[in-house]
Design a protein around this ligand. Structure first.
Ligand SMILES: CC(C)(COP(=O)(O)OP(=O)(O)OC[C@H]1O[C@@H](n2cnc3c(N)ncnc32)[C@H](O)[C@@H]1OP(=O)(O)O)[C@@H](O)C(=O)NCCC(=O)NCCS
Length: 226
């Protein structure tokens, strides 16, 4: 019982320390805003904080990715990532590189391999795999550009590149590069230019930051309302 109280006090202390840092607060705000932009059902920050395992997995990954940078902490990072998988249903290898405003909706059964690279403003649905096809210890997982949507159940395999502003359809199996501004659907996925605007085209801002200029992107796909 005493150990439980000690653990609770340590957790509260860690949260208080984290929240006292402006950078942490800003990141948290950005994450919560991302949930609201990506999921119209998200109307309460408190509910988002406690009930989005996709966001929890991303938070854990950020810490574990740091540990992964150091040879002496690689093993604990790997072990803890498995604990996170058990808790959230999302397996992100600590070596994966992930950009800002990443969101996993209905997070469950998602696997992101060690050498995956993911840009900014990427959204995945449940059961997505960014997997490898080779046993070599080399770049063997996908590279996903900015503003990419990957539909439920899609598998993207090998060191392929999915270009900016593209979509991968639900249940697609992608084994070749996907050009920018395209959609890839089917098995094996066929790539075709986007029929309609994604709303994700880059809009230069005064500050040169393209970060929040994609507010409409997630609303284009009606499936998100499910
Ligand atoms: C691929 C996707 C992004 C739409 O892209 P798009 O370029 O706007 O595609 P369109 O809707 O214009 O359809 C283009 C063609 O692809 C087909 N298509 C669309 N999605 C498909 C899919 N997942 N699998 C197979 N074919 C698909 C359409 O039938 C259409 O075929 P046609 O040209 O023969 O008529 C969307 O269909 C999709 O799969 N989104 C993922 C949504 C999701 O996973 N939601 C989960 C919510 S819980």
């Amino acid at each position: 019982m005493k150990a439980l109280w000690t653990a609770a006090a340590a957790a509260i202390g860690a949260v208080a320390y984290g929240l006292s840092r402006p950078g942490v607060r800003a990141t948290l705000r950005e994450d919560l805003d991302t949930v609201r932009r990506r999921d119209p059902a998200a109307t309460s920050d408190f509910v988002s904080l406690v009930s989005y395992p996709g966001m929890h997995a991303i938070w854990a990954h950020r810490g574990l990715h740091r540990l992964w940078q150091n040879d002496t902490t690689k093993v604990p990072a790997r072990l803890m990532s498995q604990a996170v998988r058990t808790l959230t249903g999302v397996e992100i290898h600590p070596g994966a590189q992930i950009g800002r405003r990443f969101f996993i909706d209905h997070a469950n059964g998602v696997v992101i391999g060690e050498t995956s690279e993911i840009g900014d403003d990427v959204m995945l649905y449940h059961q997505v795999t960014l997997g490898g096809t080779s046993m070599e210890q080399a770049k063997r997982h996908p590279t996903i550009g900015n503003h990419v949507l990957v539909g439920a159940g899609a598998k993207i395999l090998g060191p392929v590149v999915v270009g900016d502003n593209s979509s991968v359809g639900a249940n697609a199996v992608v084994v070749k590069d996907v050009a920018a501004d395209s959609s890839a659907v089917g098995i094996p996925a066929k790539v075709r230019p986007y029929k309609k605007s994604t709303g994700a085209e880059a809009v230069a801002t005064e500050s040169g930051d393209t970060s929040s200029k994609y507010a409409d992107f997630e609303l284009i796909d009606p499936a998100i309302w499910i």
